[in-house]
Design a protein around this ligand. Structure first.
Ligand code: COA
Length: 342
């Protein structure tokens, strides 16, 4: 949409960035107020969906639960024809408002924690964090950290999940189907799932004297170090510095810099010895840990944010659609001559 992502972090809230993605321009104050009001009014889930979560086994991956939740919400939408229709933006904003409630409360129900219903008096980030933690949370530094991570995650060109969403939309399937395709794609550890896997790595490194050896051993075994590398960014991910600085400042204030110190060891080895830089998932995972967010919710939080980018792409695809159908380079057997004998 023409803005530098770090300028958006500095000068806007996630709600402003979300509006920008849905509407192609930043909101005026009154447009922002109306957008926030619509978001607040649409946060609730049907009771039938809460009941459904009770029947889902607690070992189910939260990204699979999200796919179920989105598919269930599709069944509640009585105006969901196939393909391009003028309501896509309205559907997208209603779903956008519900995702935090879905993420937080499906997890709470499946882990025998009391439901924490959305509070319309709280901002998007305050409400999201409060529902996850099960208590009203309005600490401005914590909500700023979450809000900034959501801005950074919101949109990223033709990444794998966005591409999946556009492929599905390009068949003129419905909006919800495009979103569930994207959620399934984001789940993978080479894409959004990396932010959860970063925590496995940091847990394994959990003694500074062992940390360097653990990274070097993994590299020697040709294992991937999660949260590092990027298909497009070969000299560093421009989103990393902003969230890392904010998280580190909060960690210092709370005297919880341990993970950041371990992370610095991994970064030093990866950059100096392999020339591979951290991607956004690395500092985002450390930030979510600092906010006491359960690890299985890291990738679902990414969904809450990226849904804005996916939706912008789906709308764009519907507006000027052509089926996305790549060809492939055939490397199979040579064409057979004569009639096939079965
Ligand atoms: N840890 C260790 N080695 C890595 C690495 C990582 N995170 N990322 C890339 N490499 C290595 C590759 O193994 C390859 O080594 P080789 O030449 O000896 O075979 C080399 O760097 C080049 O990698 P390349 O194949 O060009 O990377 P890619 O573009 O296919 O992969 C990712 C990009 C993101 C899939 C990859 O970096 C990765 O798996 N990262 C970890 C998962 C992650 O953080 N994903 C989130 C992305 S935002």
């Amino acid at each position: 949409r023409g803005y530098n992502i770090n300028d958006l972090c500095k000068h806007t809230s996630f709600m402003q960035t979300a509006y920008l993605l849905f509407n192609e321009q930043l909101p005026t104050p009154s447009q922002l107020q109306a957008f926030c009001q619509t978001e607040q009014e649409n946060r609730n889930l049907p009771d039938t969906l809460y009941a459904l979560f009770k029947d889902i086994p607690s070992h189910t991956h939260p990204m699979d639960v999200l796919k179920i939740g989105v598919s269930f919400l599709a069944t509640q939408d009585t105006n969901n024809p196939l393909g391009h229709n003028h309501n896509t933006q309205t559907k997208a904003i209603a779903l956008f408002a519900k995702i935090p409630t879905l993420v937080a409360n499906s997890y709470r129900i499946m882990h025998d924690l009391p439901i924490h219903k959305p509070d319309p008096a709280l901002s998007y980030a305050e409400n999201f964090l409060s529902m996850i933690l099960g208590k009203k949370t309005q600490d401005p530094e914590k909500t700023k950290l979450l809000d900034t991570s959501l801005i950074l995650y919101a949109e990223h060109g033709f990444n794998a999940s966005t591409f999946a969403a556009r492929v599905t939309a390009s068949t003129l399937s419905d909006y919800y189907s495009a979103i569930t395709s994207a959620i399934g794609t984001l789940k993978g550890p080479l894409h959004g799932g990396a932010n959860e896997k970063v925590m496995d790595l940091l847990a394994e490194m959990d003694a500074p004297e062992k940390a360097a050896t653990i990274i070097r051993n993994k590299l020697a075994k040709k294992e991937k170090i999660m949260g590092f590398g990027h298909r497009l960014y070969r000299t560093g991910d421009s989103r990393v510095a902003t969230i890392k600085a904010l998280g580190y400042a909060l960690a210092q204030k709370e005297d919880k810099t341990h993970l950041y110190n371990l992370g610095a060891i991994a970064e030093e080895i990866m950059i100096n010895e392999k020339g591979i830089y951290p991607n956004l998932d690395f500092p985002a995972a450390m930030a979510y840990h600092l906010l006491d967010i359960p690890i299985p919710l890291y990738t679902p939080i990414f969904v809450a944010s990226r849904l804005t980018g996916w939706s912008a792409h789906i709308i764009e695809q519907y507006q000027n659609n052509r089926l996305i159908r790549p060809g492939c380079l055939y490397t199979g057997p040579k064409p057979k001559i004569g009639r096939a004998h079965v």
